[in-house]
Design a binder for this molecule. Structure first.
Ligand code: GDP
Ligand code: MG
Length: 452
């Protein structure tokens, strides 16, 4: 997979104290192959690789990061940039209803997305109305009605027969004309105070003029606030052609990637933003209505790099630690010389970085780390601090000497139970073991050239 290939390319840099131009070229070549294999569009690969090379060559020697970590950081930042940088939120109209039109090939996942969007919008306190404008495929209207029912939202659809009539949408428009249905749907929303309208449209198996004409007609009739181009992420290189055709034929303001659950390669995600100039707003990751989320470029990049949010952690570490301190801590962690004093310092430094919960997900091997850190919330950190402050300098430096009678004394002195002290000491030894293992595996901030 792309993740494995990228990790492989970057792994070779580990343990290098300095990167030569040849190292950078070799790494860039590996990354290039990985991207091409993942079906990323060629022009995008070129731009990406050039940026990486340029930045890696110009990278300054950092006090806090070793060269490998610096390259990982650059690759990550460029991945985020190519995925769109900041998370792009849905734009709502100042005067409701907000009109969202869905466009894309048949089978891309538009109708499913209509349900997902509706459910998501409803969860945000909106009152969406789904409008069925796919009158081409038999069963398409029913499919939208089923999806709407599942999402618990209203669906505006022409009745079987020749006109939109009867029931709650007696507007007398021809059921055969999706443009009329779209207009009537928006009018219905206006009258009945639905604040978002999602217009589902027909797609075809391939790009053709009739499809584009119809989509453009609906667009002109309802003047959408957002036109979302729905793209099946599994289509590989075809993604580019399709996206360009819809950009030129209909125009769109954002992209939704579907079937990301089935795409191990990530090529479409990396290409579409750069090729079309439009951001990815949402990602669909399954057939169920819940398999859907706002698209976050930084999270997608982490997913592609397969490194958790290691980089965020490194970045925050850069800010919090001064380089020398970090180097010393890394050396100690790596060599298993960590003292309780260091342990406390680390914990306090981590606290400065933000709520502990956020950090757990950022660590590679977070699963193991969780056991050691999961129970530590901010309140418990205060207790930990109290316990460690209640120890003698000798005990802090050499925790092995903390026997039963010392534990009792420490517990009494810091107003906690003996079992609290036991827990802390156990957790410390566990953490020390783990940090030393992690440090060997990844190289910690400040450990230049890794600590092998
Ligand atoms: P439309 O023709 O664009 O309206 O596409 P549909 O919404 O009918 O979806 C086509 C097929 O893709 C259906 O079988 C959906 O269940 C499936 N589908 C849609 N989105 C996803 C997704 O994110 N992941 C997976 N695995 N399947 C999806
Ligand atoms: Mg459909």
């Amino acid at each position: 997979s792309l993740s494995d290939r990228l990790a492989g390319a970057l792994k070779d840099l580990r343990g290098k104290g300095r990167l030569s131009p040849a190292d950078i070229d070799a790494t860039a070549r590996e990354i290039r192959l990985a991207l091409l294999e993942a079906d990323v569009a060629l022009p995008v690969v070129r731009t990406f690789i050039n940026r990486i090379k340029e930045r890696a060559k110009g990278a300054e020697v950092s006090g806090a990061l070793n060269p490998a970590q610096q390259v990982v950081k650059i690759v990550n930042e460029e991945l985020v940039a190519i995925l769109g940088g900041e998370t792009r939120r849905l734009r709502l109209a100042k005067n409701p209803p907000t009109v969202i039109m869905l466009a894309g090939l048949q089978g891309a996942g538009k109708t499913t997305l209509a349900g997902k969007l509706a459910k998501w919008l409803k969860g945000q306190g909106h009152t969406p109305l789904l409008v069925a404008c796919d009158l081409q495929r038999p069963g398409a209207v029913t499919q939208l009605q089923v999806v709407g029912e599942r999402a618990g939202v209203s669906v505006f659809a022409p009745h079987p027969g020749t006109s939109v009539g009867g029931g709650d949408n007696a507007l007398g428009v021809s059921a055969a004309d999706p443009i009329e249905v779209a207009k009537a749907g928006v009018e219905e929303a206006r009258q009945k105070h639905f604040d978002v309208v999602v217009v589902d449209t027909a797609g075809r198996l391939g790009i053709d003029e009739e499809l584009m004409r119809q989509a453009a007609g609906i667009r002109d009739a309802v003047q959408p606030d957002e036109t979302l181009f729905v793209l099946d992420a599994m289509v590989g290189q075809d993604a580019v052609t399709t996206a360009e055709a819809f950009r030129d034929g209909v125009g769109f303001t954002g992209v939704v990637l579907t079937k990301l659950d089935g795409d191990a390669r990530g090529g479409a995600a990396l290409s579409v933003r750069e090729i079309t100039g439009q951001p990815i707003l949402f990602a669909s990751t399954g057939e169920k209505l819940e398999d859907f989320d706002v698209f976050h470029p930084d999270r997608m990049s982490s997913r592609i790099l397969g490194m958790g949010d290691l980089l965020t952690l490194i970045e925050q570490a850069e800010q919090v630690y001064d380089a020398q301190q970090a180097e010393e801590a890394a050396r100690k962690m790596g060599s298993g010389e960590l003292t309780l004093e260091d342990f406390l310092e680390q914990m306090l430094a981590i606290r400065k970085m933000g709520p502990i919960g956020n950090l757990l997900g950022m660590l590679p091997g977070a699963g193991q780390m969780k056991d050691a850190l999961a129970q530590v919330d901010d309140k418990q950190l205060d207790r930990v601090q109290a316990i460690i402050r209640g120890m003698t300098p000798g005990e802090r430096a050499n925790p092995k000497i903390i026997n039963a009678s010392r534990r009792l004394r420490i517990a009494n002195g810091s107003g906690v139970s003996v079992s609290d002290v036991n827990q802390l000491v156990d957790r410390f030894f566990e953490a020390r073991k783990m940090m030393s293992a992690m440090s060997r595996q990844f190289g910690m901030p400040g450990a230049r050239g890794g600590t092998k």
